[in-house]
Design a protein around this ligand. Sequence first.
Ligand code: ZN
Ligand code: ZN
Length: 320
Amino acid sequence: MIRFQKTSNSGFYLPDHKLALDCSHKEANYFFISHAHSDHMPQNRKTPVYCTRPTLKFMQERGYKGKADILNFFEPLNLGSVRVTLYPAGHILGSSMIFIESDEGTLLYTGDCKTPPSPASEGFSLPENINHLIIEGTFGLPIYRWKPMEEISAEIRNFTNRTLNENCTPVFLAYNLGKAQEIMHLLAPLKHAVQIHKDGYKLCSVYEDEGINLGSYEEYNAETGAGKILITPSTALSKGFASEISNKKIAYCSGWAAVELNRNRSSADYWITLSDHLDFFELINVCKQISPEKVTITHSPNPEVILHYLSNLGINAEAV
Ligand SMILES: [Zn+2]
Ligand SMILES: [Zn+2]
């Protein structure tokens, strides 16, 4: 088994191969970044990294100044004592799982992942022969079971049509990177103009460069936004985004919307359970399908239930 350490920012370090996964470990020689969400990007903005092309473009838009070697999915990279290959993680565009092969065995680090994959990603695909699986368990309780994407997609379109028919402006609350563009992609068949918050707007061209249709969109403009579909992170809404626009209906899009209690905490008019992480049942399925010698659950606020299910399946698992 490849030895590993969890680092303070929830990344991982493989000391025998001086390999850092989603962190800037000071002894590392090689740094791999799974995707461009801020909790996975290197804290040191100049660290040279390996990542996919969309991940690099997103990181650069978000202030990364270092050098990067772009890796394509499925193309192994030999680094002396290890061979590293990226596999699509289905979480957001460019998101990758990092597969490491060495004399001590193989390890798959999923980063954030989703299966079935987000329709605005490169898909989800697993390598063969995984000895050790490090997988995220963000939604690691059986209360989290996502509906099929076609149903969620219909819900998003129906909310939009209903709101527009009432002469109101639909506003979607979603992260700037990933969720926002996924919603735009699902709304593209409506052919209705979209305005998106400036921080999300500058990331959209990366999606289009990779062939993902986001429909017709522009940056949010308070003077022309009424009657368009608006997309913004919730933090911007509380700072005055769309405050000029009367008659708006707000839809909150998140995996956390699955829980009634979380709904009461947000001031939205409508809740859509749209997550960019896998749900509890897919998590168990992936572990079952791979059936590795060991599973390490990470990113989980409550791993005990997953550990219980995995031990019932005879899978050796721990949480870090
Ligand atoms: Zn993420
Ligand atoms: Zn994350």
